[in-house]
Design a protein around this ligand. Structure first.
Ligand SMILES: NC(=O)c1ccc[n+]([C@@H]2O[C@H](COP(=O)([O-])OP(=O)(O)OC[C@H]3O[C@@H](n4cnc5c(N)ncnc54)[C@H](OP(=O)(O)O)[C@@H]3O)[C@@H](O)[C@H]2O)c1
Length: 322
């Protein structure tokens, strides 16, 4: 059934990468989501035309009883059942786990990449992300290390996550000065609801309108992680995270939920379509339930998405229409 609903593909500028409009979040594969369910979710994703997989070295070291690398291991095992070149595989380095410190020092980038390749059972990673900004390591050092991996054929392209504009600019300047590969993707926290200004997300960085403008001006592809805010767009999840709790957001939430009832779509599905098709940002979609995943990966039709986005008046903040 799922193979009939194929996602559209989009080209990442300055690359030969054609990625599905939704990326699959695999953070809990091999930990909270067991191997057989993970395989089933990956099969569903591939069956619906998905080819873009999001992972990281540390997924999911914080789950009791696990130490990190489990997500990459499951992806690696599943890829053995497939043709590797049909998929765009990502991983990340930079956050701490186990005895690895938070760092983008050259030695960490190189050694963590080797470990990720081993777990993924791959010769190369398509997009390798700097998972966190490292203000103590010169951008030149990190960018040179990433470039060394590119030259060795172990990494094809690089991306940034949880970076601010200053960090992105420094990395870009180093890449330009020395002829290294530059970041071609930025992955930040993002959803339709916007947190209040200055809201605390710990080590996570929210995509701001300024960053959105920066990426558009530099042709950097944007990805949205945690796009469903843990599932709060649905009626049966009443809690709104404190960073998003405002009268304005409650009003928007009600509009989305009411609009979902009027249409054939689910609220989460509408939100993901709005992020993808209206804001032009690739959502990193995660679900442990097959039903949720199939619904989430089925885009709403363009007219419905446009009408919903206009109803919530979202165009003034990220004013781009597809
Ligand atoms: N770069 C970074 O620093 C960073 C940080 C966090 C996450 N990420 C990436 O982003 C991915 C997603 O993050 P997240 O887990 O925080 O995602 P999220 O979008 O905030 O939430 C996922 C939740 O949404 C629910 N859901 C999915 N589809 C649904 C539907 N159609 N109806 C109702 N509920 C639905 C799922 O429920 P069920 O589980 O019940 O199906 C799951 O609990 C991760 O896997 C990871 O790859 C990256």
């Amino acid at each position: 059934m799922e193979s009939e609903k194929r996602m559209t593909m989009k080209r990442i500028p300055e690359t030969d990468l054609n990625v599905s409009e939704y990326c699959l979040g695999t953070m809990y594969f091999g930990t909270k989501v067991g191997k057989s369910t993970s395989f089933r979710l990956l099969d569903i994703f591939a069956g619906m035309g998905g080819n873009f997989l999001d992972s990281a070295n540390k997924y999911a070291s914080w789950v009791p009883g696990f130490s990190g690398g489990e997500s990459e291991t499951v992806i690696g095992q599943w890829l053995k059942t497939r043709n590797r070149t049909d998929f765009i595989v990502t991983s990340k380095v930079g956050f701490p786990y186990g005895d690895i410190p938070r760092s983008l020092k050259a030695g960490i980038i190189i050694s963590e990449c080797e470990k990720s390749l081993e777990r993924l059972g791959c010769d190369y990673i398509d997009i390798y992300f700097a998972h966190a900004q490292d203000r103590d390591t010169p951008a030149e050092e990190s960018m040179e290390a990433f470039y060394r991996l590119v030259k060795a054929g172990k990494v094809r392209y690089i991306g940034a996550s949880n970076h601010d504009i200053a960090g992105l600019s420094e990395a870009d300047a180093a890449a330009e000065k020395y002829g290294y590969r530059r970041f071609i993707v930025l992955q930040q926290r993002y959803s339709i609801l916007q947190p209040y200004m200055g809201a605390d997300f710990g080590t996570q960085t929210v995509l701001t309108p300024e960053q959105y403008g920066y990426c558009r001006s530099k042709d950097i592809t944007m990805m949205a992680y945690s796009p469903l805010l843990g599932g709060i767009y649905e009626h049966d999840t009443p809690e709104i995270p404190i960073q998003y709790d405002s009268l304005h957001n409650r009003k928007i939430l009600t509009i989305i939920r009411e609009y979902a009832k009027e249409t054939a779509y689910g609220a989460s599905q509408l939100v993901l379509s709005g992020i993808s098709r209206y804001h032009g940002i690739i959502p990193v979609v995660a679900a442990s339930s097959e039903v949720h995943l199939i619904e989430s990966l089925t885009p709403a039709d363009d007219c419905t998405v446009k009408e919903m986005m206009e109803k919530i008046g979202n165009t003034d903040r990220f004013g781009t229409k597809y």
